[in-house]
Design a protein around this ligand. Structure first.
Ligand SMILES: Cc1ncc(COP(=O)(O)O)c(C=O)c1O
Length: 361
């Protein structure tokens, strides 16, 4: 008896996307928003949910939510699909586009889920390395799309885990060069100065992904969105599971849109904290800081071992992400931008851990 032999061999060969949950006083490992929402915000959401019959399904098509999201981002409501996190919509999009052998162009390194889902669906990954400073190389992406006649290209901007952003002119050019889909994951766009949604009107092959998990401080409630032409959204919608967004999450997102000044103020605060953190990180011996347009910072350790530094920081109560197993990032760690106190704890920990290593060089 070996029931596992019925699982697709490609799946058995893959490693799951997992993260060891480790409690930490200073948690900077998941690019989350360090500022929890205020109690009056949460109460307003609970009030909305209390007014509902919990025994009934939520709306089949969350029309009010999609209309509010469309108004907020400046796109049409029939071109918006809501999801239980944006991850779910990446999956739905790949389900309707990727089959056995379908080439999918992705940058390297990038968010692991794109590769995992593509491979699970039988697709063939075409990895395009970022440039020497981990910047986007749009010409290399264009060449790869052309050479492989790729129906799908995924670009994460700002890119997780590097923080690199692709120029919108390059996105536009990619969309013009071939009719293959260009999927722009803008999970972190609020921390950058870029917004690809205005490009949707000109490019029927562009798909933009958004989430409330980062700037929106709603990672715990799971709400994401896919924006594209209504025709494309209609097709992706076929792979969306029924009632995928519960009414609690819908209520939270609607309330977040009503309280957008609160969230915008926090994003502005985080951007200022990011700049202060980067300036201070540059003063730490033994660290190279990469430019970032997101709410996290990638650093390369010049002589210390990332795994050892990760553990030594954890021993001091600071949890960061060890990204040293990603291609090209063998010497790197990634930190989310935290509150002023959290960033201070990170800097203190780094200096303590790195000083002896640098002194012994
Ligand atoms: C690039 C990128 N896209 C999507 C997500 C996940 O978004 P969601 O929480 O909306 O599923 C993440 C989360 O880390 C991410 O880094």
């Amino acid at each position: 008896m070996d029931p596992l032999r019925h699982v697709k061999p490609v799946v058995r060969g893959l490693s799951a996307y997992t993260l060891k949950a480790r409690p930490a006083a200073v948690k900077l490992d998941q690019n989350e928003n360090p500022f929890d929402l205020p109690e009056d915000f949460k109460r307003a959401v609970v009030e909305r949910a209390l007014a509902r019959n919990w025994a009934r399904y939520p709306e089949f098509d969350p029309k009010e939510l999609c209309e509010a999201l469309a108004r907020h981002w400046g796109w049409r409501a029939d071109g918006v699909l809501a999801g239980n996190g944006s991850n779910e919509l990446i999956e739905a999009l790949l389900v309707v586009t990727v089959g056995e052998g379908t080439p999918v162009v992705i940058p390297e390194p990038t968010f692991t889920l794109y590769g995992l889902l593509t491979q699970m669906l039988g697709g063939r990954l075409v990895r395009v390395p970022l440039g020497p400073g981990l910047e986007y190389d749009a010409a290399a992406i264009a060449r790869a799309r052309h050479e492989h006649a790729a129906p799908v290209t995924i670009v994460c901007s700002p890119n997780n885990p590097t923080g690199s952003a692709i120029a919108l002119e390059d996105v536009s050019r990619l969309c013009d060069e071939a009719d293959g889909l260009v999927v722009l994951d803008e999970a972190y766009h609020e921390f950058s100065d870029q917004d690809a949604v205005p490009l949707l009107a000109r490019h029927p092959n562009l798909v933009v992904l958004r989430t409330f998990s980062k700037a929106g401080a709603l990672a715990g409630l799971r709400l994401g969105a896919l924006l594209a032409s209504p025709e494309l959204v209609r097709e992706v919608n076929k792979a969306r599971l029924p009632y995928n967004v519960n009414f609690f999450s819908q209520a939270a997102a609607l309330h977040a849109l009503e309280r957008r000044e609160l969230l915008a103020e926090r994003v502005a605060r985080l951007r200022a904290l990011r700049e202060a953190l980067i300036a201070r990180l540059r003063e730490v011996d033994g660290v190279r800081v990469y430019p970032t347009a997101a709410n996290f910072v990638l650093v390369e350790l010049l002589s210390a071992e990332p795994k050892a530094v990760h553990e030594a920081l954890y021993a001091r109560g600071v949890l960061v992400r060890d990204v040293s197993s990603y291609p090209r990032l063998g010497r790197c760690l990634r930190f989310s931008v935290g509150s002023a106190e959290e960033n201070e704890a990170l800097l203190r920990g780094l200096r303590e851990v790195l000083a002896p290593v640098e002194a012994s060089r």
